[in-house]
Design a protein around this ligand. Sequence first.
Ligand code: 4AD
Ligand code: MG
Length: 432
Amino acid sequence: MKLITLKDIKENIGKEVKLKGWVRNYRKSSSKLRFVIFRDAFADIQAVAFKPEMGEENFEKVKQISLETSVEIIGIPKEHQKREGEFEFQLKDLNIIGRSDEYPIGKKDHGTDFLLSNRHLWMRSRKQNAALKIRHTVYYAICEYLNKNDFYRFDSPILTPNASEGTTTLFEVPYFDSGSAYLSQSGQLYLEAGIMTLGRVYDFGPVFRAEKSKTRKHLTEFWMMDAEAAFVEHEENMNIQEELIRYVVCTVIDRNTKELKILDRDINQLKKADAPFKRMTHRQVIDMLKNKGVKIGYSDDFGAPEEEMITEGSDVPIFVERWPKEIKSFYMKRDKENPELVLGADLIAPEGFGEIIGGSQREDDHDILLGRIKSEGYDVKDYQWFLDLRKYGSVPHSGFGIGFERLIQWMSGIRYIREVIPFPRMINRINP
Ligand code: 4AD
Ligand code: MG
């Protein structure tokens, strides 16, 4: 008898097969009839246990199961009698692999805190399973796009001697004789070295921010894909991001229709994002917000409510570009047309999902960059290697960093970032 998974159920209709997985649910219909919702990694199926067909002894074993018991089931897959495209399983035998007594997550509504404390179990639920599958797709879609477009994977370090995104969110760790090291906030600075040998590079890994913010969009450990390219300037940098994000949108719709449905994601709305993105300068956005009655100044950054207003009524993401230099990072290139501005662009997702990418053309002039490092109050010797890149064959270059979980939130329509990463790390949670 063949061992199969629910991925291959269609090809096995009418044949006796074996499946291994877990009991999602079960229900007694009469003394002779029980239903078992069996699940494996791929899907759920209703298994029908009918005593006259199974025999007394095998039917007794079905009575021993409980929520999340691991089992192997033997029987015959069939087309569902009433629901087209669905399947049923006629049970002949069932063997318990691992018991599951008093599974803590039941049918009643549990609070978020309880679910998060049981994250190791909660991830078995249908929605959580769907979110993790979408995460997988988004990961590979990003890599596919970059690999096809001549970006080399380049692994930046996680233990670093200095800050890339400001010193207020650094995690400090003791480090032998040097005293302290810091967990990376973004691999960007290292990628800038990488492009001088590989042309176009990307990294993809965990980054860390000691964010004091308790919002639905902030983690202290999240994943970032940083990309960097030599000889690419501001406009082209945005073009690459747009192409990449549209590729991700199409790929998720193509590969995860089922998961998007499980999550009640409005797929038609998501589809609309596969169209030219809009671009606005920071100043234009401020004017627009002022018109909507928001009290905000020309050198202010945006909070979550403003971000939501930026894309209100837009089906596509919007690049906000050319920012006042005081509110952006030291490495961003000055705008030739207005030295008070930098050539940075944030990509704001529609439907209220906020900033998903931060990027910019980089300052490639040694002396200007040195001035910026000094005025930030950073120790120049920590950045000597970074300044070297502007001393030996400097070139115009640009890059960007995708907040991986933010992008998954938008794709899956999940409002809380904690549900799109296997084990979320937040200001008040590091368990399990
Ligand atoms: O905008 P950020 O800070 O940009 C950088 O770190 C650049 N060095 C990237 C680069 O140019 N290579 O971070 C990039 C993205 C943000 O747009 C946001 O989507 C996400 O990372 N992000 C967070 N996601 C979850 N939790 C947090 N605490 C986040 N902080 C930023
Ligand atoms: Mg940012």
